[in-house]
Design a protein around this ligand. Structure first.
Ligand code: UFG
Length: 327
């Protein structure tokens, strides 16, 4: 397959680049490097430093090769930032994404895999895994910006074959440490724990222990980034075979609380992860766990790294590497 990726120099995008190359596919990356890092990308790909709303440049790229699929990763992903600066999220994650899709359509590329998020679900009332049919009620502009882009794709089903992938909590790093999460201002739980593990931070704050969960801390479904990358490869095959739109949740279907994750990290690091309790973070949901029946049925996908310890371990190993090698 010949794949065009936006945001390929980012965390998830770069893992997908490696998975696609590992599976013998051809890869072209578009990234404006606002949050991505070119240094984590392999030399074997075509790279364009370009914004997703630069219609003319994108048109030239599209006309330079016969792409089978667009994978659209480029986007802002910080819940807290989206609450303080919603405009940034609606402009980039919605308006610019739609402009990109329209440029693709105008140039005969109508197979799209879109990176969406479990944040579109908000805080579902029922205490059970969330299925793709759940009513969407995002709690923050980040989730709302992704939902609006989903709506565009769904409204244009006749013209666009799209697979919407709703990611739950993505964490960990490539097991060969070819890439991983690079961030100057980390906000994600397992990333911050890894920074504490290598001594880059003294402690982690738990955002709220007054949720109605067993230990009072919020629950998430953590999926290893390499399994998520594998899902993208399988989804591409599925999309080209079926040429029809669909939506899949991407998670393992099992929830862990913030304290579960810290305890597991403390087992790995012999108690290095010091923590304190602070207030809830605005825009946070109490519990997000994926119903995985649909993705398992359609993609016949089997996770390889479905283990919280493996996820945390790979994340800490990557953190050590970037700390020691000053990446
Ligand atoms: N948390 C802390 N302390 C921290 C960081 C996080 O207690 O320093 C808690 C959060 O409050 C939350 C949990 O750890 O309860 C996970 O937080 P993350 O920031 O790691 O992830 P989020 O659940 O907020 O969001 C992530 C992605 C979204 C995606 C969502 C889906 O950033 O894109 O998972 O579940 F939508």
């Amino acid at each position: 397959m010949n794949i065009l990726l936006t945001g390929g120099a980012g965390y998830i995008g770069s893992h997908v680049v490696f998975s696609l190359l590992d599976n013998g596919h051809k890869v072209t990356v578009i990234d404006n490097l606002s949050t991505g890092h070119k240094k984590i990308l392999p030399k074997k790909i075509n790279f364009f430093d370009c914004n997703i709303n630069e219609k003319y440049k994108i048109k030239e790229i599209l006309q330079s090769s016969n792409f089978d699929i667009l994978m659209h990763f480029a986007g802002f992903i910080k819940v807290e930032e989206s609450v303080s600066n919603p405009k940034k999220y609606f402009e980039n994650n919605t308006d610019n994404a739609i402009s990109l899709f329209e440029t693709c359509l105008e140039n005969n590329l109508n197979n799209i895999i879109f990176s969406s998020t479990a944040a579109v679900y908000g805080n579902p009332k029922e205490n059970k895994p969330i299925s793709e049919n759940e009513l969407l009620k995002p709690l923050n502009p980040y989730g709302e910006s992704k939902m609006r882009t989903e709506n565009y794709l769904l409204k244009n089903k006749k013209k666009i074959n799209s697979i919407i992938l709703r990611y739950f909590n993505v964490a960990g790093a490539d097991n060969q440490l070819r890439t991983g999460l690079l961030s100057d201002a980390a906000t994600h739980l397992i990333k911050i724990i890894s920074e504490v593990a290598v001594g880059k931070r003294k402690k982690i704050c738990i955002y709220g222990n007054d949720y109605t969960t067993t230990d009072g801390t919020a629950i998430r479904d953590y999926i290893h980034v390499s399994d998520l990358a594998d899902i993208h490869v399988k989804t591409s095959e599925y999309l080209l075979q079926n040429r029809e739109s669909n939506i899949f949740n991407c998670g393992y279907g099992r929830g862990y609380s913030v304290l579960d994750v810290i305890n597991k990290a403390n087992n790995i690091t012999n108690g290095k992860i010091k923590f304190e309790i602070s207030n809830r973070r605005p825009g946070d949901a109490e519990k997000l766990v994926s119903d995985v029946e649909k993705i398992n049925k359609h993609l016949k996908w089997k996770p390889k790294y479905n283990n919280l310890k493996t996820i945390i371990h790979s994340s800490i190993n990557w953190e050590k590497k970037i700390y020691e090698e000053n990446l």
